[in-house]
Design a protein around this ligand. Structure first.
Ligand code: PGA
Length: 245
């Protein structure tokens, strides 16, 4: 999943989707789910102009259906556009917009109630990494973010492990770290949801590029990638796919 963050005008998003057809076709032939998360303002245009097999995710949502929440967008509004995935708890939202595990939990539950796919991001900061508390932090984010969900509700859930120190920095986590933490996350999911956890996809994110994506995607506990910078340019987006098939 490409996370476009606060990038691309509608015209630029359009340019991207107008040339993406062969890439999406190739991904579909290889049974790979592939998509992008544009800004709210580009969602409508991307849904309309993208090939039908391309996933389109929002980068955030509000958990209430409507009301006095200036500046927010509800899940029903996303649904109306035909968007059925939503990134939740990205570290930039946690850092700059004070998003808590509790708020993520409300959003994830509301998305699941609407049969949408929450792509829930977890990961430790550099300070937490250096203090050796990565697993503690990730455990709390997973347990609190997924609180009150039942095994029958989580089959559409996707988790992304993104160490904050690796996002946009070019300092991607080693494959050993990615495997170790993704495997740990799977263990927690199993504790919470039993065998139903086997349906949950676990992604790695943080400075994933065409040159290193294959190293992550061949790890036993990594099912996919959440990609920021390298998803913005069509050539690099295509190369991400080409390098894993
Ligand atoms: P990056 O961003 O690939 O530019 O490091 C990843 C993300 O924020 O999801």
């Amino acid at each position: 999943m490409g996370n476009w963050k606060m990038n691309k005008l509608i015209s630029e998003a359009n340019e991207f989707t107008s040339t993406i057809g062969p890439t999406i076709k190739k991904a579909t032939e290889h049974n790979i789910d592939i998509g992008v998360a544009p800004t709210y303002l580009c969602l409508d245009e991307v849904v309309r102009s993208a090939p039908k097999d391309m996933l389109v995710a929002a980068q955030n949502c509000h958990y209430e259906p409507h009301g006095a929440f200036t500046g927010e967008i509800s899940i029903e509004m996303l649904e109306e556009l035909g968007v059925n995935w939503c990134i939740i708890g990205h570290s930039e939202r946690r850092t700059y917009f004070n998003e808590t595990d509790q708020a993520c939990n409300l959003k994830i539950k509301a998305l699941i109630a609407h049969h949408m796919v929450p792509l829930y991001c977890v990961g430790e900061t550099l300070e937490q990494f250096e203090s050796g508390i990565t697993k503690e932090v990730v455990r709390r984010q997973v347990v609190d973010g997924l609180k009150d969900l039942t095994a029958s509700e989580v089959k559409n859930l996707v988790i992304a492990y993104e160490p904050v120190w690796s996002i946009g920095t070019g300092k991607n986590a080693s494959t050993e770290i990615a495997q170790d933490v993704c495997c740990y996350i799977r263990g927690i999911l199993h504790e919470l949801f039993g065998d139903a956890s086997e349906e949950i996809r676990v992604l790695y994110g943080g400075s994933v590029k065409p040159e290193n994506i294959r190293d992550y995607l061949t790890l036993p506990d990594v099912d996919g990638a959440l990609v920021g910078g390298a998803s913005l340019k069509i050539d690099s987006y295509q190369a991400l796919l080409d390098n894993i098939i």
